[in-house]
Design a protein around this ligand. Structure first.
Ligand code: FAD
Length: 378
């Protein structure tokens, strides 16, 4: 059913309880497994898209369907920021409920810990607001229980932060043969980096016409700083002792809409996806070697892996269901076009993750392969 407001959600939930139906709220349906559709009754929250920002108090009340891109544009008008997700089309709904590993989550923290209150409909249709002092156990669970949350969140109350004065990105591109050297550099450089440096190794097939054997490793660094000079200095220090690259891109200014333009290119809508993730504290070169070996066998040139290495100064998670984290966050994305190929791509994804899994200690629920057979994931 399509809800127009929180009262509709409460009524639908009471009806489902009376009829003995299972219920699943659907935010944007962006979870890569389609888990939001797996119930007798799906409550579509797509019409709940209210957004109010209080610039003086630096807070926002956000309904589930508000997307990252819309939120980013609204925040920019008030010179405010929030660790929004990396793709503009994803809504707050499941993003925040799964935890929220967003832009500058090193400096600002995992998004769910900036959720100060949630408006919730419980399974019996009761509506309440959970805060640190009222129903704190419900707020605790809403901080990353993800698909296992036992209610429907109809609004989030967020704490915002002042916007960074400069967001810059620099990229170095390497052949896969250099992956170990690049991973070793990343380890050393990030050990001294401030929390506001976001470094991701993107491992994927080279674009057509680039004559490099095997996948490319792109070291993508985005920094969030108080000014242009500081941002330039952060990137210069990060890349100071980086191995020689086959291509250097940037430094370039990357306001939020530019970042969303980049991610939309490599995660386009309308394709088929299988995704899994891993938190790891293993040595970066070991993990990168296993993932790069998997990427060399990828069945689609669109598939990609993202290995994010976090600064030791990264803001630690607070109290909540979000209990699994590591120095490294790796995600592997199988991306393809034709549904007759589903089984082959999912087989590749699961084999790649099985090879990497001994180096990890748990998944991120927002990007976990919850359909993998026979596996209860940490
Ligand atoms: C292109 C792309 C990029 C992504 N990038 C990031 C990223 O940078 N960082 C990150 O952390 N994640 C990222 N994700 C993962 C994304 O945050 C999660 O998949 C999230 O669940 C998507 O939100 P949704 O509302 O579409 O979820 P849905 O698919 O609608 O729902 C997922 C689960 O959460 C439940 N749920 C959703 N909303 C509610 C609610 N309001 N109340 C109760 N239960 C609810 C559903 O019932 C379901 O079980 C990305 C996903 C995609 C597709």
């Amino acid at each position: 059913m399509r809800a127009a407001c929180a009262r509709d959600v409460a009524e639908a939930t009471r009806h489902a309880a009376a009829q003995g139906l299972t219920v699943s709220p659907r935010g944007g349906g962006h979870h890569f497994t389609g888990i939001a559709a797996q119930a007798d009754m799906v409550i579509d929250l797509g019409a709940l898209d209210g957004l109010q920002i209080d610039p003086a108090r630096r807070t926002a009340r956000v309904e589930p369907a508000v997307t990252n891109a819309r939120m980013a544009a609204a925040l920019a008008r008030h010179d405010l920021a929030f660790p929004l997700g990396h793709c503009g089309s994803v809504p707050m709904s499941g993003y925040l409920l799964g935890g929220g590993i967003g832009w500058n989550s090193g400096g600002w923290g995992v998004a769910c810990f900036l959720v100060e209150a949630v408006e919730v409909v419980l399974a019996d249709g009761r509506q309440l607001t959970a805060t640190e002092t009222q129903h704190p156990e419900i707020l605790w669970a809403a901080r990353a229980a993800g698909p296992d949350f036992f209610g429907v969140v109809t609004a989030y109350h967020l704490r915002l932060t002042p916007a960074p004065r400069a967001i810059l990105t620099g990229v170095r591109v390497y052949p896969a043969a250099d992956a170990a050297q690049v991973a070793a550099w990343a380890e050393t450089a990030m050990a001294r980096a401030p929390a506001e440096v976001e470094l991701t190794l993107k491992i994927a097939a080279p674009p057509p016409g680039v004559p490099v054997p095997g996948p490319l490793v792109e070291a993508i660094a985005t920094v969030f700083a108080d000014g242009e000079g500081q941002a330039q200095a952060m990137l210069a220090d990060l890349f100071a002792d980086a191995p020689a690259a086959i291509q250097t891109i940037g430094t370039m200014p990357t306001p939020r809409e530019v970042l969303y333009g980049f991610t939309a290119q490599f995660m386009p809508q309308g394709l088929r996806y299988g995704v899994d993730s891993l938190w790891s504290d293993a040595p970066m070169p070991q993990l990168v070697a296993r993932i790069a070996a998997g990427m060399a066998e990828a069945l689609s040139a669109r598939s990609l892996a993202l290995v994010m290495l976090r600064s030791p100064l990264t803001v630690a998670p607070g109290a909540g269901a979000f209990s699994c984290i590591g120095r490294i966050f790796a995600s592997v994305h199988a991306i393809w076009q034709d549904d007759v190929e589903d089984a082959a791509h999912l087989h590749w994804l699961r084999a790649t993750m099985a090879a990497a899994a001994p180096l990890g200690h748990g998944r991120y629920v927002g990007e976990a392969d919850l359909d993998a057979p026979g596996r209860a994931a940490a």
